[in-house]
Design a protein around this ligand. Structure first.
Ligand code: NAD
Ligand code: ISE
Length: 335
């Protein structure tokens, strides 16, 4: 399967590397990035052609499937072009920066009549999240009552502005909660907390968000994108008879001064390294089979709709404006 990659920044470059050396059944044959030097460097490693714009990658007859890893505000237009040409596409999150744009993708795919779109919610492939999901499915903790989520980054690049901790980071907590619980999120409240002076004031960092599921489960999600000490993602589901939580993966331990210090991953690349490989392998296998099964356009739309409600919240409980879910998306991957 020949893959065309649009966007060869931090994650795009790593996805090309994974497709080239860790994933079976695919090779990268075309790339585009507005930063032409970056595109050329990545293309040289993969043995791929460099195109003059994103749409040229999609229209390239030798490209069988497309991976989009450019910034979020470019995604919807590119995904729509993939659907129009009938090419499978793995689009990094967020699917779109507005729920209206994401819904257009859902509608285009419905018109096409078959799933072509997978969204890069890689946590669904992480062994820790999969363990929590199986424990819930087996009823090991009874009925879920509450979910506690923590999403802490060491820091974020200067391009990370405004409400991106909701539209770009919180969306992972939204998707993980929807998937673990098998329920949509119907309301969001952003609770005011003191902000870190170490973060740019416009980020209002950290954020504490209360999400409510359709059957009344409350999810508290802390998003702290300048936490400094490490990349720390936590999730605990509290049930009627027990709780189930992610293990905190460590990258080693240092013994000193009569104690032992566990090292944390410092970024998402390290924390979710295997999940990204498994996500890509699942996508490639699905494209070969002709059926997409990973996180869908609907999942991308639902996450963006919840983030939009959180942005609008400003302290008050805000209902999520969600369209009715079409039958195309009633499969295993969606609530
Ligand atoms: P980045 O800024 O490092 O890379 C983005 C790249 O896109 C840059 O090389 C930039 O030059 C290029 N670009 C800008 N406009 C473009 C356009 N119109 N067409 C093609 N290329 C263009 O950002 P990143 O961290 O790699 O993030 C890229 C996307 O991946 C974002 O949507 C982000 O949310 C997502 N992401 C997902 C995860 C995850 O864990 N799933 C992790 C990181 C990033
Ligand atoms: C980034 O885009 C990702 O998706 C990471 O997984 C997440 O931890 C980070 O907050 C986002 O900015």
């Amino acid at each position: 399967m020949n893959v065309g990659v649009i966007g060869t920044g931090m994650i795009g470059t790593e996805h090309v590397r994974r497709l080239t050396s860790r994933v079976a059944g695919a090779r990268v044959t075309a790339v585009f990035d507005v930063d032409t030097d970056r595109a050329a460097g990545v293309a040289a490693v993969a043995g791929a052609a460099v195109h003059r714009e994103g749409h040229d990658v999609i229209d390239d007859p030798a490209v069988d499937a497309v991976l989009i890893a450019s910034p979020g505000d470019t995604h919807a237009d590119l995904v729509l072009a993939c659907v129009a040409t009938g090419k499978p596409v793995l689009c990094e999150k967020p699917l779109a920066t507005t729920s209206g744009a994401a819904l257009k993708v859902v509608e285009a795919e419905m018109t096409y009549g078959r799933r072509l779109v997978q969204v890069g919610f890689m946590r669904r492939y992480d062994v820790g999240y999969l363990t929590v999901k199986s424990a819930l499915a087996a009823g090991r903790v009874g009925e879920p009552l509450l979910v506690h989520c923590v999403h802490r980054n060491v820091s974020v690049p200067p391009a990370f502005t405004g409400d991106m901790s909701l539209t770009d980071s919180l969306v992972h907590e939204v998707d993980a909660s929807r998937w673990l619980l098998g329920q949509e999120i119907v309301a969001a409240t952003v609770v005011e907390v003191p902000h870190s002076p170490l973060a740019s004031p416009q980020l209002r960092d950290p954020r504490l968000v209360l999400l409510e599921s359709e059957r009344g489960i409350v999810i508290d999600a802390e998003v702290f994108v300048n936490a400094r000490y490490g990349y720390d993602v936590r999730c605990e589901v509290v049930g009627t008879t027990g709780t189930v939580a992610l293990e905190a993966p460590t990258t080693g331990a240092v013994a000193l001064d009569g104690g032992r210090v566990q090292a944390l991953p410092m970024d998402w690349q390290a924390r979710f390294a295997q999940a990204y490989v498994d996500e890509l392998q699942d996508w490639v296998d699905a494209v070969h089979r002709g059926t997409a099964t990973g996180p869908s356009a609907w999942d991308g739309y639902a996450a963006t709709a919840v983030a939009e409600a959180a942005v609008a919240s400003r302290g008050s409980r805000t209902m999520v404006d969600l369209a009715e879910r079409p039958a195309l998306y009633s499969g295993e991957s969606s609530p």
